[in-house]
Ligand binder design. Structure first.
Ligand code: SF4
Ligand code: FE
Length: 492
């Protein structure tokens, strides 16, 4: 692995020249700009852990392609054990950053593309997997961060890609050349995009044969000509802009992953970086496998966040003298129960994983959907309990400027104190951390990241094997026949 730690990763980003805009102005250095630097530091933790002996087992893997030690974030799962190690790693990273560390999107994209390229090759005699392996070995050896780019803008949601009045609402091939293709369109909500080295473009939905130009999977360097990124706003980002160390809540790391629009304005992709081109029939499988891997993650990374939140409110209760209250203990117990329930789902869908024809392992898709769907509820309940325990304090807290003011600071210090011996500043810091972890964008991410709740409900119903469940019920009820109709139409 070329990039051996967080500092090497940060330095590598400084060698790139992506075109990034934020609030109408270019960002020249994502590692130093206050809007993006916290996200860079969160992603850097994925590199830092690989360098620490106690986390090496989780954070690294042995490449099945080269036999070399690589970051787990560039690995193709070779076993159930790999799937479970990933889940354990994500929880640790969630605990250490308290936010999204972004690198799983490319990780899941790599795993989905690998298994689908294998199947497309078998069906059509193409050589996508060999191309993909060559590219992937480069990512593994260089230890690059890849942004998995799936979500298209989608324009008019009642219409598919080819029926849109603006055909660019889904990323598509606009020109085919002997040496490659030219693509146009955009991907939205791209977590970690501004601090990735490479983009792995995938279709956003299952496509039919009329949408061949939209069936494109390819890899593109983040600073390739024609690519523009627009970094999104987040709740509280002004606090980071002004380098307010306390009011930002989590000054070292971002509130959430740091999402961007990636626009492809006629970007050339050479053949060796194209891993699917026009074969539409496995696009549904690709999207679904990516989504299943990503949904499995949420009971791990978000559980790490919930661990931090549970610790924050417990500490706040302690320094306010409320920790022994039975209702506080009860609420903290419930927070822990909900967090561990989510983690159980992540472990379960990994433990029930199985190999695809390519040999790459896939999580149990039903359980992965259930896992993510529960996150859309339980994380909110955990946040509600945290806000309940923390009290109105976190909504009405004066800013750090008032705390430090020569004129009014003494008032803030006097009336925001808790138990003796604890600095007011610490109480405010923990309050701001709770605020940052329960409000705004962080919760939206739990709801809509890896697919909105309805996406999981559709798959849960589809994979629910209702026929088998009906058979179980009929067997126990003593209904042994298959519903032959009597004369006159009544069931026999
Ligand atoms: Fe990884 Fe979780 Fe962020 Fe998705 S939301 S990229 S799984 S940390
Ligand atoms: Fe996400």
């Amino acid at each position: 692995m070329k990039l051996k730690n967080g500092a090497a990763y940060i330095d590598s980003l400084r060698q790139l020249h992506p075109r990034i805009y934020y609030k109408g102005k270019p960002i020249m250095d994502v590692t130093r700009h206050p809007a993006t630097a916290p996200h860079v530091r969160a992603a850097a933790m994925t590199y830092a852990l690989a360098a620490k002996p106690q986390y090496k087992e989780l954070a690294t893997a042995t490449s099945h392609l080269t036999g070399r030690t690589i970051s787990r974030f560039t690995h193709v799962h070779q076993s159930v054990e790999d799937l479970i190690k990933k889940i354990k790693l994500l929880r640790v990273l969630g605990q250490k950053t308290g936010t999204c560390f972004q690198r799983c999107v490319g990780f899941d994209g790599i795993n989905a593309v690998y298994s689908v390229a294998y199947e497309v090759d078998r069906k059509y005699g193409t050589d996508y997997l060999e191309r993909f392996k060559t590219w992937l070995i480069g990512m593994q050896d260089e230890n690059k961060m890849v942004v998995g780019a799936m979500t298209d803008p989608k324009g008019d949601r009642s219409k598919g890609p080819v029926e849109q009045s603006d055909p660019d609402q889904y990323v598509r091939v606009v020109e085919r050349r002997p040496d490659g293709v030219v693509i146009r369109g955009a991907k939205l909500h791209m977590t970690g995009a501004v601090n990735s080295h490479e983009i792995l473009v995938m279709p956003t939905t299952a496509l039919d044969e009329h949408a061949r130009d939209y069936a494109i999977v390819c890899a593109i360097p983040i600073d390739a000509p024609g690519i523009t990124l627009i970094f999104g706003r987040q709740a509280g980002d002004d606090r980071r802009d002004q380098l307010e160390r306390i009011d930002a809540g989590k000054p070292r790391f971002g509130a959430v992953g740091g999402e961007a629009v990636i626009a492809f304005e006629d970007v050339f992709v050479p053949n060796e970086r194209i891993f699917l081109n026009g074969e539409t029939d496995l696009t549904g499988a690709l999207v679904y496998r990516f989504a299943a891997h990503h949904r499995a993650n949420y009971g791990a990374c978000k559980t790490g966040l919930m661990d931090v939140l549970t610790g924050a409110v417990s500490y706040l209760a302690q320094i306010q003298g409320a920790a022994k209250g039975s209702h506080i203990r009860d609420k903290v117990t419930e927070m822990i129960h909900l967090s561990e329930t989510l983690y159980s789902s992540s472990i379960a869908c990994s433990a029930e994983g199985s190999p695809t024809p390519s040999g790459a392992y896939l999580v149990d898709t039903m359980l992965a959907n259930v896992c993510k769907h529960n996150v859309t509820r339980f994380h909110f309940e955990v946040a509600r309990l945290a806000v309940d325990i923390a009290g109105g304090f976190i909504a009405t807290l004066p800013s750090e400027h008032d705390l430090d003011s020569a004129e009014v600071g003494h008032i803030v210090r006097k009336y925001f104190s808790g138990i003796a011996g604890i600095p007011v500043r610490d109480r405010i810091k923990i309050g701001r951390l709770i605020e940052a972890m329960t409000g705004g964008t962080a919760m939206v991410e739990s709801m809509h990241g890896a697919g909105s709740p309805q996406a999981q409900r559709i798959m849960i119903f589809r994979e629910g094997r209702l026929d088998e469940k009906i058979k179980l019920a009929k067997a126990l009820a003593g209904i042994s026949h298959r519903g032959k109709k009597k004369k006159g139409g009544a069931m026999a």
